[in-house]
Design a protein around this ligand. Structure first.
Ligand SMILES: [Zn+2]
Length: 271
């Protein structure tokens, strides 16, 4: 934990959790109870973010979303005019948020900016923590290796948590990639589902029964970011551990499933 203990806590006076209707195994009520009991804060659930804030016509919104697609993993996103097909695709998705679209990557910070612009001014304050869950896969550009990386959480305002990011963000066990590379070298397309079967249990998949439990940790990361500016912990058994591997995420969120003593103590002071 990097922040000093003397720093003033600023817990939000209310937290809104927004549903991801494309993830049937996510129990929003359970997430809410976990957060509420752990913090003593006022936590409410809301429908999916774009369905909740409707005061904009869907075509305008679809066009804004289509602009956020990452076109080149190795170049930081530039503005561009989306194709009609891309806008229509977003339009279909906005009309039915229970659909999931694998494989499309969005610029995480610009996505967050779009969400922020939809929150009315009276709710856009540090007293209110908005936590939208989304099935959209979000990525942020890392200036060090100059490439976009898929993320589970994009901290900022609001803190956006991606359910697809839980699957695609942290890396799967090394042998998965080794086997996939083997197929590519032979000029064959890798049988992804069969390869996943070989590492079953060692990563979180779409519609995984463990999704809600994993999300509890990321919701806490969002809260710690909001209060301290630092969502992460170095302790591998703390729910705030910044997992880069699926197995690290499973260890922090499921095997341990707890905060480290220091973060636990910290939370008990606001509860
Ligand atoms: Zn910790």
């Amino acid at each position: 934990m990097t922040s000093s203990r003397s720093e003033t806590l600023a817990p939000p006076s209310r937290i809104f959790l927004y549903e991801d209707p494309s993830s049937p195994t996510v129990d929003l009520g359970e997430l809410r109870s976990h957060l509420k009991e752990g913090t003593g804060l006022n936590v409410e659930t809301r429908p999916e973010f774009f369905s909740y804030y409707r005061d904009e016509d869907l075509e305008t919104r679809a066009s804004k979303l289509a602009r956020l697609k990452v076109r080149n993993l190795h170049r930081e996103q530039q503005d561009f005019e989306p194709l009609l097909g891309e806008v229509n695709f977003e339009l279909r998705l906005l009309s039915d948020p229970s659909r999931r679209l694998p494989g499309i990557l969005y610029d995480g910070f610009r996505f967050q900016e779009l969400l922020r612009s939809l929150i009315p001014p009276e709710e856009r304050s540090l007293r209110t923590l908005h936590l939208p869950l989304t099935s959209r896969l979000l990525a942020t550009f890392d200036p060090n290796d100059r490439v976009y990386h898929a993320r589970v959480i994009v901290c900022g305002y609001p803190c956006v948590i991606s359910t697809s990011g839980i699957v695609e963000g942290p890396a799967k066990p090394k042998e998965f990639y080794r086997a996939r590379r083997g197929y590519s070298i032979l000029g064959m397309s890798p049988p992804t589902e069969a390869l996943k079967e070989e590492i079953r249990g060692r990563f979180i998949d779409y519609d995984d029964d463990r999704m809600t439990e994993v999300l509890k940790g990321y919701v806490l990361q969002a809260l710690f970011y909001h209060m301290m500016g630092d969502p992460f912990c170095e302790d591998r058994d703390c729910r705030l551990f910044n997992a880069h591997w699926q197995e690290e995420m499973i260890r922090a969120q499921l095997t341990s499933g707890r905060l480290c003593p220091e973060h636990r103590e910290f939370l008990s002071r606001i509860a």
